[in-house]
Design a protein. Structure first.
Length: 222
């Protein structure tokens, strides 16, 4: 049984007994034994271990984990210290700089501080084979992360959802609670960042919304 050591434990306890998850678990056991899988198995659920349900202020939904050696550690868009920030993360930092004047460029790419400040860095799919993007799409993770989003949706305390790119925007239909703010933009990858990610001002909009709800904004520095 997965342990989060926070309020996710009670909220998700039934999830791990569902038929789809038991099938997913069997697949993952085989994959970790026979393939190089990222992130490490003890890092798969770091997003929820670091950001409890009640503490979530903002949800940033990624696709699948980075598939390069040493990159993924269970937080969407984040890489461990000592690993060069990938292009999508560099573009996120550029938008934060242009939006808020906070310059994270040239530091590192570890977003753990954001997670500890209420940013749930959730990928749609939580594992991937080395050097094989999207290799674990369709094995059951999408159902799990959709159920996580449904749980967040019903929470009365407001939060912000940042949906960047097609995979993330596909989750929008599960966010129906008018208490929450949904922000959509192009994906920050170099292929699409100039088609609506740059200039989206999601980071200032998120903090303005949180302030309007009587909540502290997020410190987007790292």
């Amino acid at each position: 049984m997965v342990k989060f050591n926070n309020d996710w434990d009670e909220l998700l306890k039934d999830e791990f007994t569902k038929e789809y998850y038991l099938k997913l678990r069997k697949i993952l056991i085989h994959e970790y034994r026979t393939q190089r899988i990222f992130p490490g198995m003890y890092d798969i659920f770091n997003a929820m271990k670091l950001t409890s349900y009640n503490d979530v202020k903002c949800v940033i939904i990624g696709q699948d984990p980075y598939h390069g050696e040493g990159q993924a550690h269970g937080l969407s868009f984040s890489v461990k210290k000592g690993i060069a920030p990938p292009p999508s993360l560099v573009n996120i930092f550029k938008e934060i700089r242009d939006d808020l004047g906070i310059d994270n460029l040239g530091k590192h790419g570890d977003l753990t501080k954001w997670a500890e400040n209420g940013v749930l860095l959730l990928n749609s799919v939580l594992t991937v084979r080395a050097d094989q993007a999207r290799s674990h799409h369709g094995i059951g993770w999408e159902e799990f992360t959709t159920d996580v989003i449904k749980l967040l949706n019903v929470r009365s305390k407001p939060m912000v959802f940042m949906l960047w790119g097609g995979d993330a925007k596909a989750k929008a239909k599960y966010i129906t609670n008018p208490a929450h703010l949904v922000l959509k933009a192009a994906h920050p990858s170099p292929l699409s960042a100039y088609n609506g990610f740059f200039g989206c001002k999601h980071f200032s909009k998120a903090n303005e919304f949180l302030a309007s709800q009587g909540m502290d904004g997020i410190d987007w520095s790292i």
